[in-house]
Design a protein around this ligand. Structure first.
Ligand code: 5GP
Length: 230
């Protein structure tokens, strides 16, 4: 049996309006930084080139709603008229095994993850908002993608304003600049997240290892007060 990982993984919750570049950042974190990307479920139709089980688990509305009733989702929300959700199983096993997960979810989903009752999940979360430098830039990035219909584009721009009102709820914000700058800042945050005290397991042989706890009848040693004026 392989020894347990010296730390638990983090759960990077990344939000920002469509066109902010968050999906690209998450993809790069997987390609270059060893993170896992949680594959969400959605009721939206696949875009050209999207593969079921790779980009999303594409579900019918009935399947999706059945899974919400079964409690399969860590969080789920209605976004741009479709349902999206993260499977609990997709995230928990990874972070327990010390693997870092990035998830690209909307602001409602991020609120639900932050409010999650499971202290293990809450301790693993690092939340990052990606802000576009201006509305004009966002509009040009969105229309440049060419993946949305005119109606969808208008809806996404309208929703972008709503989404951007929530940026202060996140611990970290990246104001998007060049792709290289954004990636460097993003990777800095992920590297710092690997050093979180909350994610560390006490090393074997140091303070008795993680499992060691003081016996109930063991006296508490007196606390040594700092000697301020010695
Ligand atoms: P898209 O349709 O462009 O792939 O994604 C639309 C929006 O849905 C994005 O803002 C994305 O962050 C959000 N989204 C994707 N997966 C999930 C999810 O599992 N949960 C929530 N709450 N939002 C998601």
């Amino acid at each position: 049996m392989s020894p347990p990982s010296p730390r638990t993984g983090f759960l990077a919750v990344v939000s920002g309006p469509s066109g902010s570049g968050k999906t690209t950042l998450c993809r790069k974190a997987v390609e270059t930084d060893g993170c896992f990307h949680s594959i969400s479920c959605t009721t939206r139709a696949p875009r050209t080139g999207e593969v079921d089980g790779v980009d999303y688990h594409f579900l019918s509305r009935d399947e999706f709603l059945a899974r919400t009733v079964r409690g399969d989702f860590l969080e789920w929300a209605r976004v741009h008229g479709n349902f999206y959700g993260t499977l609990r199983s997709d995230v928990l096993d990874h972070i327990e095994a010390g693997r870092d997960v990035v998830m690209d979810i909307d602001v409602q989903g991020a609120q639900l993850v932050r409010a999650c009752e499971d202290p293990f999940i809450r301790a693993a979360v690092i939340d990052i908002f990606i802000l576009p430098p201006s509305m004009a830039e966002l509009e040009s990035r969105l229309s440049g993608r060419g993946t949305e219909s005119e109606d969808q584009l208008r809806l996404r721009l309208y929703n972008a304003l709503d989404e951007m009102r929530h940026w202060r709820e996140y611990r970290y914000t990246i104001v998007s600049g060049s792709p290289d700058e954004d990636l460097e800042r993003f990777l800095c945050l992920l590297r710092a997240a690997r050093l979180r005290t909350a994610g560390l397991r006490t090393p074997e042989g140091l303070l008795g290892g993680e499992a060691a706890t003081a016996a109930d009848d063991e006296p508490t040693p007196p606390r040594r007060e700092p000697e301020l004026f010695s």
